[in-house]
Design a protein around this ligand. Structure first.
Ligand code: TRP
Length: 369
């Protein structure tokens, strides 16, 4: 790279992040990542923003159900757009439509050992969860799945991503990417940029539990509140949420720690929520902030129904603008497809440039100078 090009590359700030389209996105995705993406998008600080619908990665553990992945591309696109991702400011793209990514993956595969992949804690946990471990009834781990951290490094570097806003579970992927970048640059010369992960600030936003109090929201457990849920559904789910099982009478002191209702409130009406103050003024004027409400609950005298009603108001208020935007886009699926097509087209150009630099660095561009 020339010095001028190097300076330019060093200064560029590019966001790359994405989601597997295996289901509709829920409020855990919203506080864990979507809300922050929209703030970053609107900060004007970034030279480029790429949001990837990682369908090829989704197929690494859904190869037998491509229809599930296909049908969720539209769902996830609608979730993004309704959350406030603005196609004028961010490129939404479909991973499988960019053949430069698997090509980059192939060259990166030479730089990663099987042993290194086996140590990746997220992959380890997923192998176990999906029953790919070496057991009699299992056929084992598909190679495509095993290698997805390498393909994710191609996703990130392909668009010269420098910032990856994502959850904690993505840390090993970004670390793996950094290792690949360092190795590539040291063997073939300075070409790629090391990315950094950007984690959500608070622990409540990092991992929102299910409505049943289980550690994670998951479709199969039926404990999610979806961004696309209507008002009535959200209310029903909130009112039947798990709370502190020891809090039987209103006058009993209650626990706020580990109480999912309060964890949700921390994420949506705590210090991290941009509109926390207004929410208290409007829906719980007896308290200045969440801390005061929590103290009351711990002291005793504050009933679960009251807290849940407040949470319901908070969620409805937060989701209202999303619902309005979704209704607009839902009316016009062709427009959504056009947004995806344009985002993907733009992204492919960028990935093609990266691939060209990679091949040049490796001195395998035999037919071009
Ligand atoms: N692995 C991410 C997930 O499970 C999805 C993803 C694919 C991604 N490529 C990415 C995230 C690149 C950040 C950067 O949701």
């Amino acid at each position: 790279m020339s010095e001028a090009a190097e300076n330019k590359a060093a200064k560029r700030k590019v966001i790359l992040t994405g989601d597997r389209p295996t289901g509709r996105l829920h409020i855990g995705h919203y506080v864990g990542s979507l809300r922050e993406r929209v703030i970053l998008q609107n900060s004007g600080e970034f030279d480029d923003i790429f949001i990837m619908i990682a369908d090829a990665q989704a197929l690494t553990d859904n190869w037998d159900n491509p229809e599930k992945v296909r049908s969720n591309i539209m769902n996830v696109a609608l979730d993004y757009l309704s959350a406030g991702i603005d196609p004028e400011k961010a490129h939404i793209l479909i991973q499988s439509q960019i053949p430069e990514l698997p090509e980059l993956t192939q060259y990166y595969m030479n730089l990663v050992t099987v042993q290194r992949l086996q140590r990746n804690p997220t992959v380890k946990a997923e192998i176990k969860m999906r029953g790919f471990s070496e057991r009699e009834e299992s056929e084992g781990t598909p190679v495509g799945f095993f290698c997805y951290p390498i393909s994710q490094a191609a996703d990130i570097t392909g668009f010269m991503g420098t910032i990856v806003p994502a959850g904690e579970d993505q840390e090993p992927m970004v670390e793996q990417t950094r290792e690949i970048v360092r190795k590539f640059n040291s063997i073939y010369g300075e070409t790629l940029v090391e990315p950094e992960i950007l984690l959500p600030k608070s622990s409540s936003a990092r991992r929102l539990p299910g409505t049943d109090g289980k550690a994670k929201m998951s479709k199969s457990l039926g404990n999610c509140i979806y961004l696309s849920d209507d008002e009535k559904t959200v209310k029903t789910k909130v009112m039947s949420m798990f709370t502190d099982p020891g809090h039987l009478k209103v006058s009993d002191p209650g626990k706020t720690d580990g109480n999912p209702v309060f964890i949700y409130l921390e994420a949506f009406a705590g210090d991290d929520a941009p509109n926390a103050k207004a929410l208290f003024e409007e829906y719980a004027p007896d308290y200045q902030n969440l801390e005061e409400m929590e103290e009351h609950y711990r002291r005793g005298g504050l009933g679960d129904v009251k807290v849940k009603k407040f949470l319901n108001n908070v969620l409805q208020e937060t989701l209202r603008p999303l619902r309005e935007r979704r209704a607009e886009y839902e009316k016009d699926p062709d427009r959504v497809m056009q947004i995806l097509k344009e985002g993907t087209g733009y992204a492919e150009n960028v990935a093609a440039n990266t691939l060209a630099s990679v091949k040049r660095a490796m001195r395998i561009s035999y037919f071009s100078v």
